[in-house]
Write a protein that binds this ligand. Structure first.
Ligand SMILES: [Zn+2]
Length: 484
């Protein structure tokens, strides 16, 4: 059917409109990127609309209606291709009496689903409801505008609740639109959208990928704070800092600021020391899976529990949780291009290499230790903080089903868990006063790792230099490594 034009208005984006040219079939490789962005746009729109509806009805929270996104877990694009297969019936942006529902059929559908997902009956609210909704919309827009002005003043030395991190992701990808895009990854158990940021300099170079996730364990608040710091540092410096400029020539950064969103929100509302996700088990008698025991690598063999009451509950099967499914499928689809997998935790001041599920060493163990040790040295130079480097089984404890081990066994050569500050004085409840120093030193360590990764593949001494075609050798190198 070719290209179809769709206009939507984004309620929580200040009311601006945007046209989308959407190909009929989102499954086509060349339109996946666009479809994914469209999915995010719709998700943000729905979320913004929910915020308004809930505000108008005096409810709290912005949970998306269950059911609306249920199919997205399987594939980012498919549910939207089914929405888009219906005729786009309206000629342009559409206004309802409250002025909030814009767009063509896909947006109409979301509005319908939104109403179906609401527990409060709409009838009986009448004209007063519409008036208060319109008024609330004005308030939200005003608030958004003031927040937008405030992005430069966004504090990277405070911990932020999830709503602010969602907002920050939208704002930062608007402000640095030339290098950052926000991508939909999947839905959490409690049907909240998961997004990652992709930092990429436009180029014809085939590029490799650095993955970084934060907040797989809910209570480790310093981790999401670091992911935000990392993104901020890259974006503020990529034009002038030759080191970052160089990295971006051949590398794209994929950053997932909060992996365990449901758990993170739970630590803000209910239990500061909650660790797991919020999935329900045993007929609602216990909650939460340890997402870092749920990956499909030696699942639940050691250092994990099958009892859902325990904090290391491994789930009902490998990759049983929507959050681990979402991460696994993205990593799997890009695994040939991912050279480095970084997962940020606290606490303990450790740089951990594979493995946790065995004392056996990975094939490039010595190299991993060397690169890790160099990173620990760079870290110490900043504020004198000591980190230890070693495999999880050697220097921490045995764990199975961790994302780090899984990533390494998928063939990703550099795979590390960072356990950030401290050593137990404050533990998970690291004071905000320590955010800056922790992030500064961690940034030094991560950049050291990235420098080494870069040198290995693109440095002057790398194998590519001697060859007539660097690309051929690089290809050989990667296929060789995947055999190890
Ligand atoms: Zn952790």
């Amino acid at each position: 059917m070719g290209i179809r034009k769709i206009s939507t208005r984004l309620p929580n984006g200040g009311g601006g409109s945007r046209d989308w040219n959407i190909r009929q079939d989102c499954r086509r490789e060349d339109s996946k990127e666009l479809c994914s962005e469209f999915a995010i746009h719709i998700a943000n729109s729905v979320q913004g609309t929910l915020l308004e509806l809930h505000g108008a009805l005096g409810l709290s929270g912005t949970r998306l209606p269950s059911g609306f996104f249920k199919e997205i877990r399987a594939d980012t694009c498919d549910p939207f291709s089914s929405l888009l297969s219906a005729p786009c019936s309206c000629p342009g942006p559409m206004q309802d009496s409250a002025g909030i529902f814009g767009g063509c059929r896909p947006f109409d559908n979301s509005a319908v689903a939104l109403q179906q997902g609401m527990t409060e009956p709409r009838h009986g609210l009448g004209a007063g409801w519409e008036r208060s909704l319109a008024q609330h919309r004005r308030e939200v827009v005003e608030e958004t505008v003031s927040q937008r002005r405030g992005l430069d003043a966004y504090s990277y030395t405070r911990y932020h609740p999830m709503e602010e991190i969602y907002q920050w992701m939208i704002q930062i990808s608007e402000k640095y639109a030339e290098v950052v895009t926000q991508h939909f990854l999947g839905m959490t158990y409690e049907t909240r959208p998961m997004y990652y940021l992709k930092i990429s300099q436009p180029s014809n170079n085939p590029k490799k990928i650095i993955w970084m996730d934060c907040g797989i364990h809910a209570r480790e608040w310093i981790a999401p704070a670091f992911c935000q710091w990392f993104v901020k540092e890259i974006l503020q410096n990529y034009k002038d800092d030759s080191r970052i400029k160089k990295l971006l020539r051949n590398l794209d950064f994929y950053v997932l600021p909060v992996l365990n969103i449901d758990g993170y929100i739970y630590t803000w509302t209910t239990d500061r020391l909650w660790r797991k996700s919020r999935s329900s088990h045993n007929n609602g008698t216990c909650f939460g899976t340890d997402l870092n025991r749920n990956f499909n690598v030696s699942w639940c063999s050691i250092g994990a529990s099958r009892n859902c009451q325990d904090i290391t509950f491994c789930g009902t099967g490998p990759v049983s949780e929507p959050e681990t499914k979402a991460v696994s499928s993205l990593i799997e689809s890009k695994k040939d291009n991912i050279v480095c997998f970084l997962t940020m935790h606290s606490f303990g001041q450790l740089i951990l290499t594979p493995y946790g599920y065995t004392k056996n060493k990975s094939s490039n163990h010595e190299e991993l230790i060397q690169v890790g040790q160099k990173a620990a040295n760079a870290l110490k130079e900043k504020h004198g903080t000591n980190y230890r480097v070693g495999s999880s089984a050697d220097i921490l404890y045995a764990t199975s089903g961790s994302s780090r081990d899984w990533a390494r066994d998928m063939g990703i050569p550099f795979s590390y868990t960072f356990e950030l500050r401290d050593n137990g004085t404050y533990g998970f409840v690291l004071p905000e006063a320590q955010i800056q120093a922790t992030c500064e030193e961690s940034m030094a360590a991560i950049l050291s790792v990235l420098d080494d990764v870069y040198e290995k593949y693109w440095g002057v001494d790398s194998a590519g230099k001697a060859a007539s075609s660097a690309a051929v050798v690089l290809g050989l190198l990667f296929s060789f490594m995947s055999l190890l």
